[in-house]
Design a protein around this ligand. Structure first.
Ligand code: AVI
Length: 322
């Protein structure tokens, strides 16, 4: 009898996230103007580069927000009812929430983040550092509806969304997110949100064009990621980082500019670039308190209080010739 031995291994199918990335990248890079969603910045290398950005002398948002949480922590935590469940959207490294946890007596902390492994590590560290704190991590994409753990059903809810991440949403997306958060948290909930305010254009420009070039590497990393995960053949040296302040739209725009006309292959699709053509990779909206309050009201929330750092928000000075 003839025998035939075959070793079969499972076909390597792309996971759901890779499929969505491929679909978005091909769709968004085939149109004009070209764009890429900023959510694709954050692979392991991108998250490390962002961490490095937060420590740059020019990048003021992170240290300013930390100083507000430190200096005004008593007032901020006073709005959190005793025994409430604090739900953090996109919890990440949980650095900021620790400043609140030190000040208030909450019933439970619910960090929500897409990265399940990192979330578990953070939850364990919090349980260690805050003995007795009930931590219920939820691995989910916080921009889509998700269910809260049943164990916090009867607790008052307070959402926490620091980091100016709201600024990376287009205004309609910010509105949709705030509405969805209201649904998720339920009736009577409150939310504490960090947003970056409009300020001197030079300060804004420098924050996204740092001298060490870390933001440029962060921006270009999305092409590195496309090459690695989707088998693209982007030549990194053929693109350059550009960040500008768009005054009419109150936003920093990050772009990757093609230095020459070129073709790029991506999963069997040919992408054509003209010399000087841009891929718009991120918008970072800068709010005024009035515009933020209008957004909150339009999304079903009532603004209650705001805390800002003591630095001048904007130095709009009228000058006259002597
Ligand atoms: C995460 N997010 C609030 C940052 C921002 O400032 O918009 C991302 C960033 N992009 C360039 N530098 C930092």
């Amino acid at each position: 009898m003839n025998m035939h031995a075959t070793a079969l291994s499972e076909a390597h199918l792309p996971d759901e996230q890779t499929t969505a990335f491929a679909r978005d990248a091909i769709g968004d890079l085939s149109q004009r103007p070209k764009r890429l969603s900023p959510k694709y910045f954050y692979d392991a290398a991108g998250s490390e580069l962002f961490e490095a950005i937060t420590k740059l002398p020019e990048y003021y948002p992170t240290r300013t927000e930390l100083s507000i949480l430190r200096d005004r922590g008593d007032d901020i935590s006073a709005i959190i009812p005793k025994g409430a469940a604090l739900v953090e959207f996109g919890a990440g490294a949980t650095t900021k929430v620790r400043l609140l946890l030190e000040k208030c007596d909450i019933g439970a902390y619910v960090p929500v983040d897409i990265s399940g492994d990192f979330l578990k590590e953070q939850a364990d560290a919090l349980r260690r550092d805050f003995p007795g704190l009930a931590v219920y991590p939820v691995a989910a994409d916080f921009t889509a509806p998700f269910a809260l753990p049943a164990s916090i059903a009867n607790l008052p809810k307070v959402g926490f969304f620091p980091g100016s991440t709201l600024g990376n949403f287009e205004p309609h997306e910010a509105c949709a997110f705030l509405r969805s958060a209201r649904e998720i948290l339920g009736k009577g909930a409150q939310m504490i949100i960090g947003v970056d305010l409009e300020k001197d254009e030079r300060v804004l420009y420098d924050a996204y064009n740092d001298a060490a070039g870390v933001t440029a590497r962060f921006n270009l990393n999305v092409l590195v990621r496309i090459n690695r995960e989707l088998g693209g053949n982007f030549d990194l040296s053929a693109f350059t980082h550009r960040a500008i302040y768009n005054r009419e739209r109150h936003r920093i725009e990050m772009h990757l500019i093609a230095k020459t006309s070129q073709n790029v292959r991506l999963l069997g699709t040919n992408l054509t670039f003209r010399a000087g053509e841009s891929i718009h990779t991120e918008s970072s909206y800068k709010y005024s308190i009035e515009r933020f309050n209008a957004l909150a009201r339009g999304s079903g929330w009532t603004p209650r209080a705001s805390w800002t750092d003591p630095a001048p928000i904007r130095s709009n000075r009228a000058v006259r010739p002597k």
